[in-house]
Design a protein around this ligand. Structure first.
Ligand code: GLY
Ligand code: MN
Length: 490
């Protein structure tokens, strides 16, 4: 019965109306807006290279996708701008070896490409020559080709940096500047077409959560849930996951970005399930933490309720123009009060000597040195869009305030493990803290709870998009109904 119902649900999603793709005119309008901001100069954007492995999916780079909608490997985009208007725009792609084309496919038809993107295509072997010809046109604006926002400064596989260094050596008078901040400031606000695609990505992510909740039980391997999410996403029309799903049970629930997904779950534990579907390039990101045997213990429920209240407090204050720090403070305030009440800290404002800050940083950013921070040492959320950590939200806001039509996550968590105490330096302050809280930490050991939802900023507040069961009683009801139907064999 349960299996039949979920297949019907998947069937409906597959058959349902598909949201509109991004229109060609929208890509052209984006380039015109970028040109208006740049004034004069030449913009150079590299797309994603070919995956150097046979098992990886190809994902176009977000900024390149935003500017061109072109999703082939090793492409480069060049746009010359004068007086705020586009004077030249072109895609470049390496020539395709005829034998290689038999493996990877032939070059796109140029008329079809022009219709789909509004752009022409030239041989990438001519890129340097074209760029040399444009060298007198003002500033060279570069777009990072790091594979993810999180690795912009450390991604060493940068074809863009290699090209720009050699170009600049030949044209030392050209000013080189990054267009990343401009693109972030534009990409944070989503168009109606983008919002429709994000809704679809989030809806499919929710289906993954529901399928996972129904399948979790003692004796199931994290890997089974991991595989089920992937299956559910793809069967519902997603191109795959927007990031490697995190399925962390028991001790693994306290590791924010646990990756192995290979442990057998036990009754009495919780499992953090953090997953997102990728739909037409747009990323969902939803987390639920569920009890492995379908019912939270009193201690798990106590922690869950704190995290859920903190999340709601942040959702309640988010609206256009509101500083993102307001929601962050709301989350931290609830955590500080409640963790002290449970005896996990020495008091709401109590501090310690953390491994991540010296006295000067504690002075500048006091929150990171509060004992409560030890139990949630990550940010409260981020934008979602053409990558799972997109511009916007708490961690990547270009303006520091929410903007109408940005889409973002709120994902507070509390992660309790004796490992937190064991990693602290042996200082008088830490010794006193540890002596006071260790018995309580041992009581709650291996309870990691994260709740993550996706929200759209509306004129008056936010719309909750990721409507997977979220309250304790709702999650328990779904899990217990699934257990019952398993017992009855339906
Ligand atoms: N959902 C994983 C993350 O946001 O880091
Ligand atoms: Mn997230």
């Amino acid at each position: 019965m349960f299996r039949f119902a979920s297949m019907c649900l998947l069937g409906l999603l597959i058959a349902g109306p598909l949201p509109a793709q991004i229109p060609t005119a929208e890509y052209a309008a984006r380039r015109d807006t970028v040109a208006a901001h740049l004034g004069d100069g030449v913009l150079l954007a590299f797309g994603a290279g070919e995956p150097m492995t046979d098992e990886a999916d190809f994902h176009q780079l977000p900024a390149f996708q935003y500017l061109t909608g072109y999703d082939r490997v090793n492409a480069v985009f060049v746009m010359a701008v004068r007086g705020g208007r586009v004077t030249y725009q072109m895609l470049f792609e390496p020539p395709i070896d005829p034998r290689r084309a038999l493996y990877d496919g032939f070059a796109p038809d140029s008329a079809d490409l022009e219709r789909r993107t509004g752009l022409g295509l030239r041989d990438r072997d001519r890129l340097r020559e074209v760029m040399d010809g444009l060298a007198g046109r003002g500033t060279l604006w570069t777009v990072t080709d790091a594979h993810s926002r999180d690795y912009r400064s450390t991604d060493s596989l940068s074809a863009e940096r290699y090209f720009v260094q050699r170009f600049w050596a030949a044209h030392p008078n050209v000013t080189v500047r990054s267009a990343d901040a401009l693109l972030d400031s534009l990409m944070v606000v989503k168009s109606p077409a983008e919002i429709a695609l994000l809704r679809k990505a989030v809806d499919i992510s929710v289906l993954g959560q529901i399928a996972a909740m129904k399948a979790v039980r003692p004796g199931v391997n994290e890997h089974d849930i991991f595989a089920l999410t992937d299956y559910t996403f793809r069967m519902a029309g997603a191109s795959g996951p927007s990031f490697r799903a995190i399925i962390g049970s028991g001790p693994n629930s306290t590791s924010y970005h646990y990756r192995a997904n290979d442990r057998v779950m036990q009754a009495g534990e919780v499992v953090v399930m953090d997953m997102g579907a990728l739909y037409d390039g747009y990323a969902g990101d939803v987390t639920r933490t569920v009890p492995v045997n379908g019912k939270y213990t009193a201690d798990q429920a106590a922690i869950y309720s704190i995290v859920r209240s903190a999340q709601q407090a942040a959702a309640d204050v988010a609206r256009p123009g509101e500083p993102v720090g307001t929601g962050d403070k709301a989350i931290r305030a609830i955590m500080a009060t409640e963790l002290a009440r449970l005896g996990l800290t020495e008091g709401p404002d109590a501090t310690f000597d953390p491994p991540w800050a010296d006295a000067a940083r504690c002075e500048r950013v006091p929150v990171v040195c509060t004992q409560a921070f030890l139990y949630m040492a990550h940010g409260p959320g981020h934008g979602i869009g053409l990558e799972v950590h997109d511009a916007g939200g708490y961690s990547y806001s270009p303006t520091g305030s929410f903007q109408l039509n940005e889409v973002f996550t709120i994902e507070p968590g509390i992660y309790i493990s004796t490992a937190l105490l064991d990693m602290l330096a042996d200082t008088p302050k830490n010794r006193a803290f540890i002596a006071r809280v260790r018995p309580v930490v041992e009581r709650y050991n291996h309870i990691g709870i994260r709740i993550e939802d996706d929200y759209l900023v509306t004129p008056t507040g936010v719309e909750w998009l990721s409507k997977a069961p979220r309250e304790i009683r709702e999650i328990e009801a779904v899990m217990q109904a699934a257990a019952k139907s398993r017992r009855s064999g339906s």
